[in-house]
Design a protein around this ligand. Structure first.
Ligand code: TYM
Length: 340
């Protein structure tokens, strides 16, 4: 029996497709920084191999990867304390993903709601990569024997699949090798919704730019987007109970709570009875105050792309040192001959 490691190690990733949104910031980046600052070992990855499961223009992919790296650092990820790199520079991810493709079952992958949403009606025309996406995601995490994975709510099903893959691998080969990970889906902003439709997730792929706040938006844009955000005609409720069925209102209050690190109860008791026009003005001020410095730093970092590339290369080297021995041991468990 090969034993798996038990100490805490955090891994998470973001796709470098388009702009980072307020959803990515509140649901992921801000929490990645809190975890890093708590002193836990943290590995963060720009998942460019996942990005190409749908068509990406090559020049835009490299720009988006650098911009996402700048977004991580501008939010507070420190490459001296967290490993930060892009996935394709560490071949161990793809190597383990192949083995996991042979562990995961077609039925498991076919049930993934993200695949169903992204493939849409024309499944026959979706890439094989889009179907196998969650097995690569499991490899991203397990190739480091990571134990905890902070994500937004939309990634929950993929993390359950990661657990299933680890359990099946361990059972099939009678080992205790891959850890059964714990998702970390916590806080008031695990699902930030579109500013135009409170039933839809805020997403970088939404055709309407008004539906989201991007980390690259300046204060005028942020103000315009919040001002035009959809709400209903009722005032802010006195307690969270008054938010039932009011998706857009609930979303704006949750964004305020997350940006100000307060509970939703505190926000409703502070603003209860006020009109949304008034609340939106205060929310704009807060959003500009919190996002403005991140945008400024992101833009500053983007002026030196060679430095970003250097940081990613150095992160990839550190990541490889952890991942390679785990792939080697996996090969050994599976019965593959090799001396590397
Ligand atoms: P991605 O790139 O879609 O999103 C990156 C992170 O941001 C969170 N997020 C949100 N959180 C709250 N509200 C929103 N509107 C919102 N939109 C996005 C996501 O939940 C995620 O945490 N498959 C992953 C990337 C990935 C990964 C991994 C994550 C690849 N390998 C291994 C964790 C571990 C994805 O597409 O995330």
């Amino acid at each position: 029996m090969v034993a798996c490691r038990r100490s805490k190690r955090v891994f998470s990733g973001i796709q470098p497709t388009g702009n980072l949104t307020l959803g990515n910031y509140l649901g992921a980046l801000k929490r990645f920084v809190e975890i890093q600052d708590s002193g836990v070992e943290t590995i963060y990855c720009l998942v460019d191999l996942h990005a190409i499961t749908t068509w990406q223009n090559p020049a835009e992919l490299s720009d988006a990867t650098r911009e996402a790296a700048a977004g991580f650092m501008a939010s507070g990820i420190d490459p001296a304390r967290s490993i930060l790199f892009n996935q394709s520079q560490v071949p161990a991810h793809s190597e383990l993903a192949w083995i996991f493709n042979c562990v995961a079952r077609m039925g498991w992958l076919g049930r993934m709601t993200q695949f169903k949403d992204k493939a849409g009606k024309n499944r026959e025309n979706a890439s094989v990569g889009l179907f196998a996406y969650p097995a690569l995601m499991a490899a991203d995490i397990l190739v480091y024997h990571a134990t905890h994975v902070p994500v937004g709510d939309d990634q929950k099903q993929h993390l359950e699949l990661t657990r299933d893959i680890a359990i099946k691998f361990n059972n099939d080969f009678e080992v205790d090798f891959f850890p059964v990970i714990e998702p970390i889906i916590e806080g008031t902003a695990t699902r930030v919704m579109s500013l135009r439709d409170g039933t839809k997730k805020m997403s970088k792929s939404d055709p309407s730019d008004m539906s989201r706040i991007n980390l690259t938006d300046d204060s005028n844009k942020i103000a315009a987007k919040i001002r035009k955000a959809k709400t209903d005609s009722a005032p802010v409720p006195e307690s969270p109970d008054g938010l039932v069925g009011r998706h857009e209102a609930a979303n704006l209050l949750h964004i305020f709570a997350a940006l100000s690190d307060q509970s939703i109860e505190t926000i409703t008791s502070e603003f209860g009875g006020r009109m949304f026009s008034e609340f939106k003005a205060v929310l704009t001020e807060l959003a500009v105050d919190r996002i403005g410095p991140v945008t400024a730093e992101l833009n500053r970092l983007m002026k030196d792309p060679a430095e970003i590339d250097r940081i990613l290369a150095s992160g990839a080297e550190q990541a490889t040192l952890i991942a390679e021995p785990i792939v080697r041991q996996t090969h050994d468990i599976v019965g593959m001959i090799g001396s590397r």
